[in-house]
Design a protein around this ligand. Sequence first.
Ligand SMILES: [Fe+2]
Length: 235
Amino acid sequence: MTNQWLRPDHWSLDIPLQTEHPRLSVLAETGFVALADASVAIPDDEFMALEYMHWKSGGDTNFAPVATATGDLDCRGFWQEGDERPDKAARFTSNAKLCPTIRDYVDSVDANFGRVRVIKLEPQEYEPALRQIHRDDNNRFNPPNEGWVVRSWLELTDNPNSFMVLMESGADGFPDPATEVRLPLQRGAQFVVDTQRLWHVVCHVGTAPRYALISSFETGPALERWIDSELPVSV
Ligand SMILES: [Fe+2]
């Protein structure tokens, strides 16, 4: 099987789609939910001051860990050999002290969270971005009777012409272009994505890096309540 963007043995193809984990009905149809723009503004100096680490995912990226498995500044921590943990019940890192508004935002969701990170993404055009499209291994070591782990985004910089690309898997397991959805990345944009189900990557057309907060959350009544409270008001 071949694909125009990805190697035939791409690692995402090995990540399960069907499991027993309880999931959220609001994500059942499309795998994502776009929320209203955040009511809280994150000051620039909070995310600019963080300690960023070299970690490549979805392009030319750096990550500032805000919450990790151990509270250490470590981008991998949950899956250490001999100490494997699901991506939940994280602890805030030293970075969290530098970004109290971000920490309060994560706490305000009032759901079990795993890794919380600020991503710094250098500009990348659409076609190069698609070569980075992938699915996440969010539920490795997650007991099947516990809530499915999904991810939320909060855009920290204003890039309304940049967008998150989402695609379902086609019959061959690769991303299906016919299902493409684009979520614009204006400052304050918030969305929750089942990134284990949906292929995803960001096309960032700006000239300066784009920053966003990415948090893993366990699905369940708490996350559902928060999503309900953040849905756009229909007119
Ligand atoms: Fe991802």
